[in-house]
Structures are given as structure tokens and as C-alpha cells.
Design a protein around this ligand. Structure first.
Ligand code: MSP
Length: 472
């Protein structure tokens, strides 16, 4: 039976054009999705935009536009960015899509009818940057712990979701299903906080109106996170439950506490896993338009091309950890690894085959590629280590040419072993650097499919390849 895999990215706030932080999760989802595809699995890959809420309303006002007009202009920028980065998603959901709004209203009504929503008064702190509520003790010098901006004190009539009621169920979930919160090192913090007790959650706002109206009280719009989280369900296209929600560590609480509690309340099956990655800084500064540096997608690509950018982000830092982005570090990896190791191997082997020819034999070199290990690493989202394995094998191939000197010996069998090894490298690198992999596949005449790794390369006429990565 073919396995199916439903993979999601967070839906991004379209209050500005996308930057490297957004690209990171989206490329990760693309890598995972392509990995599943080469394994012959069916994939449903969802991404999109989170368009309601105060943050968007404010951004629109600043430009003198109404919120819908404002976001309509930005959505093409997101789609365009993903296209440039070779993101092969299946569906792009917008929370202003009618089917989603209808779905959220239906769910709100259901939760209300069940008695999990009640009316009260909200008094507390709300950070518009996070679109989240904080208590006095969460604040640092009266500022948001994430955005470091002064925080609004709110007092308004609000509907509340009985989050407190789900404390035990949540703790049971984490216990029975330890993988639900990944990676492991982020789990305990959530469990500790939930153990401390949960306050009911304000899930409506009446002081502004850019949101989905509550079906049982038209004066209120839904809290943007209630609306946003259900995108995963609205956009599932029959693939629910999601196999994995890929997110940044800043929104882990929403995804591992609010989200499962909402689902418990409506009686919908839970997603299988939430994986939180780390944050990038840019030259050691926070990536933020207001308080640091930003790198948008065109800038990211202009440094050394799409594949080098994709490669760098997943090579430089373990996926769950924080990392620092610098142009120099990217260029170094582009030059020293993609150009000098991979590019050089392809050029040398193809040019030697063009000159000397090729002869089929058993590829003994392939034993040095630890495919089992690569599979395991992929299953654990250890992308940096996957690349490490592949590049160690590329080193082995480069050393093999040096040792065997086929340019002197005219040994066509050695050249076959190298070409067949390049096939495996090309297939395994496809999730990370699809454009380059496809060029290699065309050049050496193989299909990009995991099963092809075990099959001997069919001999076609191989010509000297163009330079794949020009040194910078
Ligand atoms: N709209 C919410 C998500 C709702 S999902 C139901 C949101 N949007 S966001 O646009 O602010 O951020 C989306 C994602 O980008 C988050 O996962 C966040 O972690 C990620 N990143 C934003 N800046 C980042 C870095 N500097 N580094 C890595 N990821 C970062 O939150």
C-alpha cells in the first residue's frame, strides 16, 4: 500500500514580503515532501497565509488600504517566492478563502453548542506582534518577551474557550505519544507549563472587526489563532490527520496546547506530530524589519543561487537548533562543498567518460554509502546529518578517482562505478537541490527515484557537463 504523507508549513502573516525565516520552514517542508515522493509515497503539502487579526489590520492601515486589499497585493509575493525557491506545494490556503471561513464558523458553533465556549471579560496583556495573550509574569519590563515592545493592556468583553478543562487530556497525550512534540529537547518545557495549570483562553475580540465573525455573536470576531490553526483541517483535501506540522519554536505552544485542545473539543483526530525548528539570526542580529536585519527571498537567492541557498540552510545547522546566517558562510559552503566537491566530481567524471568511454561492472564503491543511515536520519529530520553522509560519500568518490587515475589507466569500469555512484548522489540530493539533481540525472541518464539506487546505471552517451556551481 502506498503511504500517504500530509505535510504542512505554518501559514504566514502577509504583513510584509516573505523573508528567510519563512523560507526556512517552507523549504524544510519541500525537502520532506520530495523525500517522500522519491520513496514512492503520496504527499499532500499545504502552505498558505494567515490573513486576519490586528497585526494585518494595522499594517494595512499604515498603507491606507483596507485589509483585504492590502493582503491581496502581498499574496502573489509569497507564491512568487515559493516558485523561485522551487517549492512544490499542493495547495496554498488563505484564511480569507470562503470555504475556510465557513468551516471555522461551523466549528465555532460546534464548540459553543458543546459548552466549551462561554462569555466573560478579558483583562490582560495582548501583543499584536505575536497575536497572543500574556500574563503580567510573562512580560519583561512590561514588554513582550518575544518582540520586546511595550504591550497593550486590554479590557474587553470576550468569549472564552475552556482550555483548563483539557489539561489532563493534554498531559495524557504527551505521555502516550511522546513524539507529538518534537524535537525531544523542546518537550519538557511544554509539559511543565501545562502542569502548572491552564487558564481559559480568550477566543474573541470585539474592539476591531478584521476577522471571522462568531456565528453566535456578530459583535465579535474570532481570535486569529483559532481561525489560523484550523487552516490545516480546511486545507486537508481528504488527507486529515496531518502527519507533520513543521513550525518555528516560537509557535510551539499554540500548536501543542491550543491546537490539540480545540481538536479534542470538536472531536477531530489529532495530527501525528509537531516539529519545531530553531531560529535564524542574521549576522548575529534578530531577523526583523523593525529591530534588526531582514533578508528577503530575492536577496537570499542572489547570493549564490537557489540550490546553494537551500543547501546552506539545511547543511549549516541542525534543523531543531538556532543558526546564524551570514553571506560569507553561504558562499564558503557554495565554493568549498557544492563547487569543489560535488561540481568537481560531476565535471571530472563526465569529461573522462566523454573521452574514454564507460563499461558496465559491479559498483563496489556504493557499499561505502550508508543508505540505511540516511533513511533513519531523514525520519528524524536530521537534515544536516543526511547531507553530511552524502558529502562524505562524495569525498570518497573524489578520492577514488585520485587513487585510480582513470585518465592514465583508461579504466572504463572505474568510470562506470563513479557514474553509478553519481546516480545515487543525484537521487539523494534531489530533496535539497532539485534543480542541480535534475541536471545531473539528465546528464547521466537516470530517473530520480529511490529504487533506482539499487539498480545498475544504464549506459547512455555521457557528455562533459557544464559547470554546475560557478565559484564566487
Ligand atoms: N501566522 C502565524 C502562524 C500560524 S500557523 C497556524 C505566524 N506567522 S509568521 O509569519 O510570523 O511566522 C511564521 C513562521 O516563520 C514561524 O514558524 C516562525 O518561527 C518562522 N520564522 C519567522 N522568523 C524566523 C527566523 N528568523 N528564523 C526561523 N524561522 C522564523 O507565526
Amino acid at each position: 500500500m502506498t503511504k500517504k504523507s500530509y505535510i504542512t508549513t505554518p501559514i504566514y502573516y502577509p504583513n510584509d514580503i516573505p523573508h528567510i525565516g519563512h523560507a526556512y520552514t517552507t523549504i524544510a517542508a519541500d525537502i520532506l515532501s520530495r523525500w517522500n515522493k522519491i520513496r514512492g509515497n503520496k504527499v499532500w503539502f499545504l502552505t498558505g497565509t494567515d490573513e486576519h487579526g490586528k497585526k494585518i489590520e494595522i499594517a494595512a492601515k499604515k498603507k491606507g488600504k483596507n485589509p483585504k486589499e492590502f493582503v491581496d497585493k502581498l499574496i502573489p509575493k509569497f507564491k512568487d517566492a515559493w516558485k523561485k525557491l522551487n517549492i512544490d506545494y499542493d495547495k496554498f490556503i488563505r484564511t480569507t478563502d470562503k470555504y475556510h471561513e465557513k468551516n471555522v464558523k461551523k466549528i465555532l458553533q460546534k464548540v459553543y453548542d458543546k459548552g466549551d465556549i462561554y462569555k466573560g471579560e478579558y483583562k490582560g496583556y495582548y501583543c499584536t506582534g505575536c497575536e497572543a495573550y500574556y500574563t503580567k509574569k510573562d512580560l519583561i519590563d512590561n514588554c513582550c518577551p518575544i518582540h520586546k515592545t511595550k504591550i497593550e493592556k486590554l479590557k474587553e468583553e470576550s468569549y472564552f474557550f475552556r482550555l483548563s478543562k483539557y489539561q489532563k487530556k493534554l498531559l495524557d497525550l504527551y505521555k502516550k505519544n511522546p513524539e507529538f512534540i518534537s524535537p525531544k529537547n523542546k518537550r519538557q518545557e511544554i509539559i511543565n507549563r501545562v502542569k502548572e495549570g491552564l487558564n481559559d483562553l480568550s477566543i474573541s475580540r470585539s474592539s476591531f472587526d478584521w476577522g471571522i465573525q462568531l456565528p453566535f455573536d456578530k459583535k465579535h470576531v474570532t481570535f486569529v489563532w483559532f481561525d489560523a490553526l484550523f487552516n490545516y483541517y480546511s486545507g486537508a483535501n481528504g488527507n486529515w490527520p496531518a502527519d507533520i506540522h513543521l513550525i518555528g519554536k516560537d509557535i510551539l505552544w499554540f500548536h501543542t496546547v491550543y491546537w490539540p485542545a480545540f481538536l479534542f473539543s470538536v472531536g477531530i483526530e489529532l495530527p501525528k506530530k509537531v516539529f519545531a525548528h530553531g531560529w535564524w539570526t542574521f549576522d548575529k542580529e534578530k531577523i526583523s524589519k523593525s529591530r534588526g536585519k531582514v533578508l528577503n527571498i530575492d536577496e537570499l537567492i542572489s547570493i549564490a543561487g537557489v540550490d546553494s541557498a537551500r543547501y546552506f540552510l539545511f547543511r549549516a545547522t541542525p534543523f531543531g537548533d538556532d543558526g546564524d546566517f551570514s553571506e560569507k558562510a553561504l558562499i564558503d559552503r557554495h565554493n568549498n562543498e557544492l563547487a569543489d566537491k560535488l561540481g568537481n566530481l560531476i565535471q571530472r567524471v563526465s569529461s573522462l567518460i566523454e573521452k574514454k568511454g564507460i563499461e558496465k561492472t559491479k559498483n563496489k564503491l556504493l557499499k561505502k554509502l550508508n543508505i540505511k543511515k540516511i533513511e533513519e536520519l531523514f525520519e528524524n529530520y536530521e537534515f544536516d546529518k543526511v547531507l553530511n553522509e552524502i558529502f562524505s560519500f562524495i569525498d570518497i568518490c573524489n578520492e577514488y578517482i585520485q587513487a585510480k587515475k582513470p585518465w592514465e589507466t583508461n579504466d572504463k569500469k572505474v568510470l562506470y562505478e563513479l557514474a553509478d555512484s553519481i546516480k545515487s548522489v543525484g537521487i539523494l540530493l534531489w530533496p535539497f537541490i532539485p534543480e542541480t539533481s535534475e541536471k545531473i540525472a539528465k546528464q547521466f541518464g537516470f530517473k530520480i527515484n529511490f529504487d533506482e539506487i539499487e539498480k545498475p546505471l544504464k549506459i547512455i552517451k555521457i557528455k562533459k557537463s557544464d559547470i554546475l556551481f560557478r565559484k564566487i
